[in-house]
Design a protein. Sequence first.
Lengths: 429, 459
Amino acid sequence: MSILKELSKEASRCVKCGACLASCPIYAETLSEVTTARGKLSLIESLSTGEIQLTSKLKDLLSSCLICNACGEGCPNNVRVEEILLEARKELVVHRGLPFAKKLLFLLLRSSPRVLPSYLKAGSLLQGLLLEKVPQESGLHLRFSLPYLDKRRLIPPLAKRFFLHSHPSLVKSPQEKRCVGYFVGCVTNYLFPHLGETTVRILNRQGTSLVIPHEQTCCGLIAFGSGDWQSTQKLALSNINAFEQFNPDTIITTCASCAATLKAFYPRLFKNADPETQKKVERFSNKIMDISQYLTQEMNFLPSALQKSSSPKDPLPTITYHDPCHLNRTLGITREPREILKSLSHLTYVEMKEAARCCGMGGLFNLTHYGLSLEILNHKLDMLKEMGVEMVATSCSGCMLHFIDGIHQRGMKIKVLHLLEVLETEQGR
Amino acid sequence: MVKKALGEIATIVGKDHLLTAREELLCYSFDATNQKFLPEAVAFPHNPQQIAEIMVLANRYHFPVIPRGAGSGFVGGSLPVEGGLVLALTKMNRIITIEPENLIAIVEPGVVTGTFQEKVEALGLFYPPDPASLKFSTMGGNVAVCAGGPRCLKYGVTKNYVLGLEVVLPTGEIINTGVHTLKGVAGYDLTSLMVGSEGTLGIITKIIVKLIPLPEARKTMLAIFPKIDDAAHTVSSIIHERIIPSTLEFIDQAAIRCVEDYLHMGLPTHAEALLLIEVDGEITTVTRHCEHIKTICVKNAASEVTIAQDQEEEERVWKARRSISPALLKLNPHKINEDINVPINCIPQIIRRINEIARRYQLINVNFGHAGDGNIHTNLMINKENPDEEKRAELAVKEIFQATLELGGTISGEHGIGITKAPYLEMEIGKKNLALMKQIKNLFDPNLILNPGKLSLQS
């Protein structure tokens, strides 16, 4: 296990000072060292010396991490905790395999792009059997608990028509100035197709035509986060090939997690591949752009400049912004979404305290550690309550799902919106 | 030995609050010294009664009990050097009360110091002790080592704020020491004995602290000195002029170079020293003091003095200070970090002697720290893969301690003794004091089960 030795070497740069205790959202709940970065790093060191073995306990401990990288950001020695943990999870999968449920899920994900949609299509027709409608909510509850799925959870219904099924692969803007690719992502495709429609409308209106390859599939983040690099690589290549035939110079995303995966994680996945593949991946990754970046930098899009309303008599509704970890810490995008929100003339923007604190979703962490995931979210919800805001905007579908569920669990009345949906509320006025 | 008692401990704290798997124990085998000793079990008590019951068991089965806060100490005070049961106090983290009308607060030991400070500051009150670890270290840990920080010069250290304690004695009795009032002289000052006892005399379960009003304003300034003696003289001059800054930090040339190399923020690498000064108080006084200090700096040949005009500039200055630690690791992978303390006017002398010692042992060294109170963090940067270097560093540390004591200083200003400085304790306090400490220890802990192997208390 030479990779383990390498990881252990990087892990040993941790001097155990304890600074990661201050930034870890999980430690804030458990108050136990077994969930801290320095704890996990010490375990990786012990694993490489043979002091401990690849036990299921070790797997549990290494899996109780959101990969939010707050610890890495706050580390005085800049130890690359997130990279080490993701690589360690990969090693665990290589040597111990995946749990059955995950194996099945990733197998389904990496199957041909037609298989998953057809299963989900059937699901959308049959979801009434498993799930019941929640009164006054556009969501569903399970009729009974399933493995990984808590009965309390508010589950958004599968869309009647998936986004990719209902759009041609080229949507032309009447005033075409640019043409970019659109990576849709699973949540938009299967659960929130209206978000995709909003994206198309706003960009078309701005003179951007969209190329939407139908062969695109899941970005692979959940497989990557679980250590299944093989499946992720397969998904990555499917996506890269899907866009290659259209060869757009820019590919926009509307989900922070997809953006981080395509832009930051794909090159990591292929760092040991042949030079040609590496180049191909890099070319693709360099094209990825988050929608907020595209709008502010490429389109000079600041809505109020277009449509300035006179100073309002009534106080405007208030909105705040939650930084998705993948947008903020992975890609360093924090300014652009705020610029957009602040420029809106029909809302008052208020900055949230600890806006960059992880919401607790953490991809599949939310399934495997549902209770803890909600406890972590409660810090954010308390903050929203204290601020008394009416809306919270974000730009990650994972964060959105988690906020929607948590707000429902607590019976709160705050609206959760994607940044683009907020824009549409202005443009619709 | 703990094994026999595990069932009973689980009954006391609940089995969800007891760790016994090897993987979990490994996560409690270290602290900020980065040394490793595996405990036999870790328990998370929730109240003093549970701790008292555990102590009774510990005396019956003779297993060591090691109290632990955030495990951020630099001397190994919370390491289970003889195995045993680690008592992780992090879940006893309630702020019980903050009483603005009495200027006191009562907290449990697991409360994070920085969190507590935020809470009291929101009420316009102030709890000044500011160890660098304040964002994660705990009040209990801070009291156990009498933690200090840059603000010591003006506001003192932890012991100046502790009015009273609730303590579980090693034998299992729960006692209350001190007062809920700002003064009190009834009997021996057992509170003071407990503060800084490094978890060897009892387990602190409640802390009554004194609060003061939060200063109205604060300003940060940075002064650059081509010559280190001028910087030292500036420190003395400021204090001589009866201005007490809330912070007076010193960074030497080696540290400046490391930070500049690391941050590229335009620090002058030719300068021998840099002073980071913070003044707080009423806004008019702060402005006046800043100007006065600037004049003193200039008079003492500072090449540049900047007063931070806004938060951004302030942040820039502090970033330099905070970056020293990671920046140093570029010099060598390991650092031996000592926190000697000398009388303020001896700073130039001790720096010269440290540099001379390091040169003689062919070691890379960097000095920075709290010049205002004479507390110098002297760092020997070594590579432990080179055993000879480690040996040389050990000899150098001993000489540095000797030099410090000759100048009337102490071997530890704020980190404590723990295990790393235990061999040198007698050098400073002498045989008689150490014998007296051992007698006190025996009186409190006849079976020597609480945090054994620390402070040179074992004969």
